[in-house]
Design a protein around this ligand. Structure first.
Ligand SMILES: [Zn+2]
Length: 372
């Protein structure tokens, strides 16, 4: 069994796990360039999709009217085109915390990489919090990554429905076994908790839906037993995978689940749009046991910190350079914070990327200063 997370590649790569991993981790100002690069890469893909959707949205009849599908493509392209045009990052320089506090998100996370990165990392944060809570109550539980797959098919809706039905059967069997309503043998009753994300891939051999679960159990699930039960539930599929997760750093394993929204961006624009149209409105997360009932954050922005001075950095995306450029920065500081947070006006290291221990005040440059 492979131990996930022990060999996480360095920041800067662009696979979905790394994007979620980097976005999740609370980071200081030194991560600013990589963050902007990540958002810019997402926007490049979004604009490719906008071009594709505009082509789809062109009226084909002589009256220049759009049918329902063309209008849907046009509406999605308009929202996608404006998503991430500008973003506001906030640097709490006294504690070196960089947060995304505003952007015009389109909320189409099955279509938009920027919204997908934010959705995945925000959801992962609340489940990691729940995991820490459960682990404190039941320290003998360990997290494992369990993947269940069904055979490829050409009908995406049929395949995803088949997968979801089989997963639901497993969860129902667990509940019935634990409540004593049925004496059925199911490996799922050995799992204290599970949070799973449905993923879809298409590499030219039809749609391949599968689900990645983080499950909590006393011992590693037996893969052969799980495979036999999965075949019983699906009638046609037996391929499953069970892996240990790095106990010291479980977040790296959780990335495998919460990258789900990002996987759409691995498809062609055509397949991504087909998947989006088929899965619009569908929940792609499923939970049971101690992971059930976690309230997911609605907003995609980071939470703000109270009572700390900060500098807001306003960025706009420039199509010509495919990059974000700083258009304004603004220091916010209360009268009570003047002496303690900004520090001496002279003699300090004003470099905002300097290590926290040596950073006395931010490099204001031409920043606008507001005393709140
Ligand atoms: Zn978006």
């Amino acid at each position: 069994m492979k131990n996930i997370g022990a060999e996480r590649p360095p920041p800067g790569t662009e696979n979905p796990e790394d994007s979620i991993w980097q976005e999740h981790s609370p980071r200081g100002i030194e991560t600013l360039p990589a963050k902007l690069e990540r958002y810019a890469s997402a926007r490049v893909r979004s604009l490719e999709m906008v071009d594709y959707l505009r082509t789809l949205a062109k009226p084909t009849d002589s009256h220049l009217s759009r049918n329902v599908d063309q209008q849907r493509a046009l509406d999605a392209s308009i929202r996608l085109c404006s998503c991430g045009e500008w973003i506001t990052l906030r640097h709490y320089y006294s504690v070196d915390q960089l947060r995304l506090i505003a952007a015009n998100f389109c909320q189409q996370s099955k279509l938009c990489p920027l919204c997908a990165i934010r959705r995945g990392s925000r959801n992962m944060a609340v489940y990691l919090e729940r995991y820490a809570f459960i682990k404190a109550q039941k320290p003998t539980l360990q997290p494992f990554l369990v993947t269940l797959t069904v055979k490829n098919g050409l009908d995406l809706l049929e395949r995803i429905k088949h997968l979801k039905t089989a997963v639901r059967r497993c969860i129902d069997a667990r509940r019935q076994a634990l409540t004593g309503n049925k004496s059925g043998h199911t490996i799922f009753k050995e799992f204290s908790a599970g949070i799973g994300a449905f993923e879809i891939t298409n590499t030219g051999k039809g749609w391949h839906p599968h689900v990645h679960f983080i499950i909590l159990a006393e011992t590693m699930p037996d893969q052969e037993r799980l495979s036999r039960e999965w075949l019983k539930r699906t009638k046609d599929s037996y391929i499953v995978d069970v892996r240990a997760i790095d106990q010291v750093n479980p977040a790296s394993g959780f990335c495998e689940v919460f990258k789900y929204a990002m996987k759409f961006q691995g498809m062609s624009c055509e397949n991504n749009w087909t998947a989006y149209c088929n899965l619009r409105g569908q929940h792609l997360l499923i939970s049971f046991g101690d992971f059930y009932g976690v309230k997911l954050p609605e907003k995609l922005e980071d939470d703000c910190l109270d009572d700390l001075p900060y500098i807001d950095l306003f960025y706009r995306y420039l199509v010509g350079s495919s990059a974000y450029t700083l258009v304004k920065d603004e220091l916010h500081i209360s009268a009570a914070q003047v002496g303690i947070a900004v520090g001496p006006a002279e003699g300090g290291n004003g470099d905002p990327t300097a290590p926290a221990a040596t950073r006395v005040r931010p490099n204001l440059g031409d920043a606008h200063v507001r005393y709140d």
